[in-house]
Design a protein around this ligand. Structure first.
Ligand code: FMN
Length: 311
């Protein structure tokens, strides 16, 4: 086990913030780490081609705050050479490890042999991981699905990736065909873990602390997205529920971080994130509709102050 994994093992069971296009940016990752510094954060997905060909774009997504470490950058593309070049660039930004997206089910990209189509294009999948692992010192991991049409090849595919030097695998409990529907067969993931050496992350529908302890069993980590959106406290053990004041403080901090990160796009980003923190509180309905119209940071502060005065 490398020092990196030994360090992470001290945090067992490890909670990971799932990669999420348009959401798991540096601002949200800093918020999650502020609430629980032990969470390991995955970035949104970025195109390997994009990182290789645009210094400007690489510079806008790869630098990160000290508190986000160890950060995982997730990338997608289709040919091993581009993955390798991107991996070398990513490593130079002090990223902890690189995750390859073999998860995404979007039809357009699957048809062009990106993303989850790599589950049925296993030679390319192998080469991608092998080439990247040879090119960089940091670990390379994979996020994938139960399978493409069915789950029959899961163990074989995972072993294949392990042989290519993947250091960890995250499995989302849906096949490509199932997309976001159907009740998963959980036993398959425990079976998978018995058959491979590398750490396995459970991903799908983790609800709260009790739920993750129940699902973890022989697995190493778990990963959450939907239940953490607007609720970064879902990463705290014992399913802590924050007071409204704590919630409002975090909302203000999130908005402030978005200003630093997104500049002109700040207002749009703030609106979509902030309303989510107030989901499930019927008495703040009126304030939620004010939050989707904020134009300045002072507008945000005013709405938060009004909520505080109404608690
Ligand atoms: C709108 C949307 C965007 C997503 N973006 C990514 C992504 O960039 N990379 C990735 O691997 N998974 C992505 N996911 C999948 C999530 O990481 C996660 O696998 C999924 O939401 C299931 O976990 P949950 O049940 O905790 O929500 C995305 C999911 C949604 C709904």
């Amino acid at each position: 086990m490398s020092d990196f994994w030994k360090e992470q093992a001290a945090y067992w069971p490890i909670a990971a913030l799932a990669p999420m296009d348009w959401y798991t940016d540096s601002a949200y990752r800093q918020i999650v780490k502020k609430i629980n510094p032990k969470v390991v954060c995955f970035s949104e997905f970025y195109s390997a081609d994009w990182i290789v060909h645009s210094k400007f774009l690489a510079n806008s997504v790869l630098p990160h705050h000290e508190s986000e470490k160890p950060l995982i950058i997730q990338i997608f593309w289709k040919d091993p050479e581009m993955f390798k070049k991107a991996a070398i660039i990513i490593e130079s930004y002090w990223v902890a490890w690189i995750d390859v997206n073999m998860w995404c089910p979007a039809k357009k990209v699957v048809q062009s042999w990106h993303w989850s189509s790599l589950m049925i294009n296993v030679d390319t999948a192998f080469k991608i991981i092998e080439e990247m692992s040879k090119a960089v010192k940091i670990p390379v991991s994979v996020k994938t699905r139960l399978g493409y049409n069915d789950a029959d090849n899961l163990i074989e595919f995972a072993k294949w990736l392990e042989n290519a030097w993947a250091k960890l695998i995250t499995v989302h409990w849906r096949t490509y065909k199932q997309a976001f529907t159907w009740e998963a067969d959980w036993n398959m993931i425990y079976e998978l873990k018995k058959n491979i050496w590398i750490p396995v992350i459970w991903n799908w529908d983790v609800l709260n602390y009790d739920d993750w302890m129940k699902k973890l069993q022989n697995l190493d980590w778990f990963m959450i997205w939907r239940k953490s959106f607007g609720n970064p406290w879902s990463f705290l053990p014992w399913s802590k529920i924050p007071s409204m004041n704590e919630r409002l403080e975090i909302m203000e901090e999130h908005s402030r971080l978005l200003i630093e990160l997104k500049w002109r796009k700040w207002a749009l980003e703030s609106r979509k994130n902030l309303v989510q923190y107030l989901f499930g509180f019927p008495w703040v309905k009126e304030f939620r509709s004010q939050l989707v119209r904020v134009e300045t940071f002072e507008d945000v502060q005013k709405v938060l102050k009004d909520i505080r005065n109404n608690v």
